[in-house]
Ligand binder design. Structure first.
Ligand SMILES: Cc1ncc(COP(=O)(O)O)c(C=O)c1O
Length: 274
């Protein structure tokens, strides 16, 4: 007679869909699928159902929808959601012990590893709930006086623009917006447009590392250096950049950087850093 153990073993050895949910090696399976993809042409890979099965199983997407927006918040992979549920349950088993004594000190390990991947000192990095919080800490925290000017573009994120508008009303600062052509032929044009809009009253520049509207990547380092030469602080909106393409803080040389972790890093919803 077929035992339960033999039945499950036979399923596992076939690598079929039936046992995907029984295993907790989701990341390893996606990595293995990725490795197997490297040797295939795009055309072959497009019809490789074994490959796409592993990718599909790694998430919990509602299959009655086609999700094209991973930029607002990206759906977390199954393994991330499982960890969140596990830690929530563990916390509630004995909050004072499990949450305060065991889990909370581990936040420091996350901060250290995030700082290493961004290339900064952990003491320079704060974990926030999203990019908006990280950027607003800078926008609302900088010491600005009536008449001080803030420079950004008319394609920056609406929430960041309304935050400056709030400071216009509260503190009398002046928000100046530069426009730029889309598509852009020459990235130098972006530096030139910022430079031409500077006045002796400019105190802050807010610049996207990559815009959400068109995916335009800005020459952030050059804009930061231009600001530093004139004593202007530069805040970089990196909501879409971190873990989207490779770079380190040293490549930007910026004063402030705010990003999301729940977009391209696929971290839990409600995470970011400053
Ligand atoms: C350019 C840009 N900045 C900031 C944000 C805010 O990001 P978060 O949702 O992490 O607050 C977004 C969100 O999509 C964005 O596209």
């Amino acid at each position: 007679m077929l035992t339960r153990r033999a039945f499950i073993g036979s399923l596992a050895s076939t690598g079929t869909a039936a046992v995907a949910w029984l295993r907790d090696d989701a990341i390893e399976r996606v990595q293995a699928a990725e490795r197997s993809a490297e040797s295939q042409s795009p055309r072959d890979l497009a019809v490789d159902e074994d490959f796409w099965f592993q990718i599909q199983q790694a998430s919990t997407l509602d299959r009655t929808h086609i999700n094209l927006n991973n930029g607002g918040v990206c759906p977390s992979p199954r393994v991330v959601q499982d960890a969140l549920r596990r830690y929530l349950e563990f916390s509630n088993q004995a909050p004072v012990h499990n949450m305060w004594r065991i889990l909370e000190p581990e936040i420091e390990a996350v901060r250290t590893r995030l700082a290493a991947s961004f290339g900064c000192n952990p003491e320079e990095l704060a974990i926030t709930r999203n990019a908006s919080e990280a950027l607003e800490i800078c926008q609302l925290g900088l010491d600005l006086k009536p008449g001080d000017e803030v420079l950004t573009t008319n394609q920056d994120y609406p929430r960041m623009l309304t935050t400056w508008r709030q400071r216009e009303k509260r503190d009398g600062i002046v928000l100046k917006l530069v426009s730029f052509p889309v598509p852009l032929k020459d990235p130098n044009e972006l530096v030139r447009r910022f430079e031409n809009a500077l006045t002796p009253k400019t105190k802050v520049i807010l610049v996207c590392h990559i815009t959400n509207l068109t995916g335009q990547i800005f020459p952030v380092r050059r804009i930061c250096q231009m600001g530093r030469q004139r004593g202007i602080e530069v805040i970089v909106d990196g909501a879409h950049a971190f873990a989207h393409f490779p770079f380190k803080h040293a490549d930007l040389d910026c004063d402030y950087y705010g990003t999301s972790l729940h977009k391209w890093l696929l971290a839990p919803v409600g995470t970011g850093f400053l």
